[in-house]
Design a protein around this ligand. Structure first.
Ligand code: PXL
Length: 290
């Protein structure tokens, strides 16, 4: 019998001490949205990998022990949400974890964290890309940025793509498995201060686009922020376009709260100043059906 009083989310991400990425973003956002976050940590780092150096403790060997502990407890998760993985071998461990712990009503979100700004993050290689291509097949929802999209599709990076091309990419990724595909950080032609998010829901065969007045790539961790809000919003029962609006609005609020300070962007947006907004109703409706 199903007994979670508060929905449980297994969060498969690293723990980075500095720089507001992964678990340090996922936990506060999803807790604020009313969920119990159960971390399955992939690695422990001093700081994220966009700083020039970082310590890195790979937890690949520990993960099966954590999963075995959860098996023994008989834990049931309402969602599994994965992000930054510490090694290619982890992708297979996580795939097995999803196969074992998912059930008919759960939501599986895979954020295929690989890179940004057309390049892979510093300790990733093509083996990680190959494993991620397998892992996304198990997801209900995936949220690649434009860089990750091209790696997943094995196509050369292209900054400018038409709506029709982006729709084709969305469809192709969805054919691999996920019902919902969301591409973030898509540059807007002739407007360097904006980015778009494109989304596809195979159920209903609908495409959505939302254009945001900010450049998330300037702040590490905005991808994690975005996918966390999407995950929480879908679990709360919102529609896909409503979830997209909530995530985009929250990041805009975070960036606005950060502007105006003398600040090292590598630390990410000042999340703590805007977390309470997650309880507020949506104030803008900027999505379009395309
Ligand atoms: O937000 C993505 C991310 C997560 N975890 C680590 C990272 C990054 C991006 O740089 O380095 C460790």
């Amino acid at each position: 019998m199903y007994t979670n009083k508060v929905k449980k989310i297994a969060a498969v991400h690293d723990l980075s001490g500095m720089g507001r990425v992964s678990l340090t973003v996922v936990i506060p956002i999803l807790s604020t949205m009313g969920f119990q976050v159960c971390p399955l940590p992939t690695a422990v780092l001093s700081n994220h990998t966009q700083y020039p150096s970082f310590s890195f403790c790979d937890l690949t060997d520990e993960m099966p022990r954590i999963i075995a502990g959860w098996r023994k407890l008989g834990v049931q998760f309402d969602a599994i949400y994965t992000g930054y993985l510490g090694s290619p071998r982890q992708a297979r461990i996580v795939g097995g974890f999803i196969d074992e712990f998912r059930h008919a009503d759960s939501l599986t979100v895979v954020d295929p964290v690989l890179g940004d700004n057309s390049r892979l993050y510093s300790n990733f290689d093509m083996e990680m890309v190959a494993e991620m291509r397998q892992l996304i097949k198990k997801a209900d929802v995936i949220t690649p940025n434009l860089t990750e999209l091209f790696y997943l599709l094995d196509l050369p990076y292209r900054e400018h793509n038409t709506d029709e091309e982006l729709k084709e990419y969305l469809r192709r990724l969805s054919e691999a498995g996920p019902e919902i595909v969301i591409i973030t950080s898509v540059p807007v032609q002739d407007d360097p201060h904006k980015t778009s998010v494109y989304a596809y829901n195979r159920q209903g065969d609908c495409y959505w686009k939302i254009t945001c007045p900010y450049l998330p790539a300037h702040y590490p961790g905005t991808g994690d922020t975005f996918t966390s809000v999407i995950t929480g919003s879908l679990l709360q029962g919102d529609s896909l376009p409503m979830a997209l609006d909530r995530a985009a609005q929250f990041i805009l609020q975070g960036i606005r709260a950060t502007f105006g300070y003398e600040y090292d962007n590598r630390e990410g947006i000042l999340l703590e100043k805007v977390l309470h907004n997650l309880d507020m109703p949506i104030q803008m409706a900027s999505y379009e059906l395309i």
